[in-house]
Design a protein around this ligand. Structure first.
Ligand code: IVH
Length: 667
């Protein structure tokens, strides 16, 4: 290809790649397969290698590869980046609205239109595009001057190096503002690898994002999973825009990524309702947010309102409750679980995090305690991220007092006094009659997914065990109403309710009972598989390791554990006593089990209804098998979306290909 042709092709390729980046990153709806995209990039790389003089800094191939800097230059923002005033209550937020109306001489009942946007907890940046080309990326700094992090910004895949003029004319100059952030799952995974290699952990996703963006070597930044949402502009030349929503639309049309949860609200009441809705979603979002920014939509009104100090009067950050807090560890306790494992738990001064009061946090195991050097009396940073249980992030060493005591799990069980033995990282109580284990076993037995006995909660179980009324699980079925109503906080009515709940639990089906017994390594799913394969409790009890292992997902460890469990006389007696108490051990219908008997399934492509693991379980529960590759033994290939080579192989071998819907019908 001669140079002229190459130049033309390079321009075409860049435009095409930029467009596909837009579809992928901004609209989240790619039109071409990854392989096709890679092919375009590869062609561009090759041409640029051949004609290095045609390389420009904004070519999509130039995201990485600049040499490290010695220090960052500073950048003065032409229009300062303001910060936001906060509100913390609904009342304050109504007051924000009333104040605006006073300033604008409006009546209190005149509604004002707002835009409510999730407030991402990341790092504010400003990007400058000249004639559509990304020239400068800088941090907010003190609002007036920030650091020039252009090379790092360019490594973020969702930042276009060129704006798009497909839907709107190219502005001469655009200063656009946004928030750089890291997704929770990326943050957790990354911290985990840091932990494994002994590096210090980042306290939260925001620090991780900030640390990544302020790297002098952009090669390092390029390996960090940074992302961005844009939310506003500084200068935007040659546009007549009237509202914040116009700005957001315009940014989107230029190829910049906008948060899909931004919402136009016709009044403050609607904005507050949206705040609550986003609050409900908070735990399921992929990233951390710390509030909702509420902005007056009209730019004319914004101008009339102006700003005070360094915050605009027309916007407010309505904050959620924070997710991290510092508190003091009062003591560390060993908690004994149903399998006898001792788990160290930090008992802390109660503190509110993200709307719940936290006073306990697991410290996982002794190794964790040693690694984090957590001591009783320490001040610690704790967090609750997403729907994760609270955990101790780190010790605030600077606040440590001389009397902070290192902790080690005890050598004797704190509940029954039996010897504690170390197994791997775990410490286990060896007492077979340990009441703590019994309590935990009963809690598990009664839990919703096991026997589902309503009313048999922690406090009651504790009393039953401590008073000696229950020495085995089966004893709960022999309790009399008098015994129960004699317990603390047990009225006649609640005693009767418990008796009724126990009675109805006798009808539970076999899979739940197998799970409820608390056999080590036998979870809910294995419970189902054992029940459907063997059909009765007697058959399961009589199966040897070899027979058990004919179930696909039952390996030697599970098989051994099941055999060992039913070999013990205590456990055999328990089953007899449960039977005598009237538990029916209903087997699930055998016809159901046979439905897919010995049929071999292979899955290809993404399923909409299940994950692969769930689909596998469904097949196995019904007696079928799942294999990873297609062969002549395969009965069905289930083709989801974007099927791979397996569908082709199936056609070659004449194996039946079915759709996801057909598969669902079979179930
Ligand atoms: S608007 C004049 N919108 O919150 C308005 N800020 O104190 C100034 N932030 O660090 C900002 N999401 O980076 C705005 N949708 C959003 C935002 C947002 C996050 C951050 C911003 C700044 C802080 C404002």
């Amino acid at each position: 290809m001669d140079k002229e042709a190459a130049e033309k092709r390079i321009a075409e390729l860049r435009e095409e790649i930029n467009y596909h980046n837009y579809l992928y990153y901004v609209l989240d709806s790619p039109e071409i397969a990854d392989a096709e995209y890679d092919r375009l990039m590869h062609e561009l790389f090759e041409l640029e290698k051949h004609y290095p003089e045609l390389i420009t800094t904004e070519s999509p191939t130039r995201r990485v590869g600049a040499p490290p800097l010695k220090e960052f230059n500073s950048v003065t923002h032409t229009i300062p980046l303001l910060s936001l005033a906060n509100t913390e209550t609904e009342e304050d937020t109504f007051e924000f609205d009333r104040r605006i109306k006073r300033l604008l001489h409006l009546k209190e009942e005149d509604p004002i239109e707002y835009v409510a946007e999730p407030k991402l907890d990341g790092l504010a940046v400003e990007l400058v595009y000249e004639k559509g080309i990304l020239k400068i990326g800088s941090t907010r700094g003190d609002g007036f001057t920030g650091e020039d992090v252009t090379l790092n910004i360019k490594t973020i895949r969702t930042v276009p190096l060129n704006l798009m003029s497909k839907f709107t004319p190219m502005p001469d100059r655009l200063e656009v503002r946004g928030e750089v952030f890291i997704r929770l799952k990326d943050f957790q995974a990354w911290n985990k690898t840091r932990e494994e290699s002994g590096e210090p952990l980042f306290a939260n996703p925001r620090n991780a994002a900030a640390g990544s963006l302020r790297q002098l070597d952009s090669g390092i930044t390029s390996k960090r999973p940074l992302d961005i949402y844009f939310y506003g502009v500084g200068e935007l030349s040659g546009r007549k825009l009237e509202t914040q929503t116009d700005i957001l639309d315009e940014l989107k049309n230029l190829g910049l990524k906008i948060n899909p949860l931004n919402k136009i609200c016709r009044s403050i009441t609607e904005a507050i309702a949206w705040y609550k809705e986003i609050g409900n979603k908070r735990d399921s979002l992929e990233y951390e947010i710390d509030g909702v920014v509420i902005k007056v939509n009209s730019l004319e009104l914004q101008e009339r309102l102006g700003s005070v100090a360094r915050s605009p009067r027309w916007a407010v950050a309505y904050k959620f409750e924070p997710r991290q807090a510092t508190t003091k560890i009062l003591r560390i306790e060993a908690q004994v679980g149903r399998t006898g494992i001792l788990t160290p738990v930090a008992i802390m001064e109660p503190v509110r995090i993200g709307g719940v009061t936290v006073s306990r946090s697991t410290l996982h195991n002794q190794d964790e305690i040693d690694r984090k050097d957590v001591r009783a009396g320490d001040w610690v940073l704790i967090q609750r991220a997403g729907d994760v249980i609270p955990e101790v992030v780190k010790v605030i060493i600077s606040k440590r007092c001389g009397d902070a005591q290192p902790y080690h799990l005890p050598e004797k069980c704190p509940v029954c006094g039996s010897e504690v033995l170390k197994e791997d990282v775990y410490y286990r109580c060896t007492g077979i009659n340990c009441p703590a284990q019994l309590m935990e076993r009963i809690k598990h037995f009664a839990s919703r997914r096991a026997m589902d006995i309503e009313g048999l909660g922690e406090k009651l179980t504790e009393q039953l065990v401590n008073k000696g009324l229950v020495k085995n699980i089966s004893d709960i079925y022999y309790l009399t109403k008098e015994q129960i109503s004699g317990l603390e906080r047990m009225a006649d009515k609640s005693a009767q309710n418990l008796i009724d709940a126990l009675e109805s639990s006798k009808e539970r089906e076999l899979p739940r009972i197998v799970f409820a017994l608390g056999i080590r390594h036998v979870g809910e799913q294995t419970g189902k598989l054992l029940a459907s394969k063997f059909g009765s409790i007697e058959n399961i009890m009589n199966a040897d390791e070899e027979e058990l292992q004919t179930i696909d997902s039952v390996g030697p460890e599970i098989a051994q554990s099941v055999v060992k469990f039913f070999k013990q006389d205590d456990n055999k007696n328990e089953i007899e006593r449960l039977k005598s108490a009237g538990i029916k051990f209903h087997a699930i219908k055998i016809t159901k089990e046979d439905k897919l008997k010995d049929k071999v399934f292979v899955f290809t492509g993404a399923l909409r209804t299940f994950s692969r693991d769930e689909a596998k379980e469904k097949v196995e529960v019904l007696g079928g098998h799942v294999s990873s590759g297609v062969s002549k033994n395969t009965d069905f290939v289930v083709a989801g979306e974007d099927t791979g080579s397996k569908a082709g192989k199936a056609r070659e071998l004449g194996v039946k290909i079915i759709t996801e819907e057909e598969f669902l019908m079979m179930l």
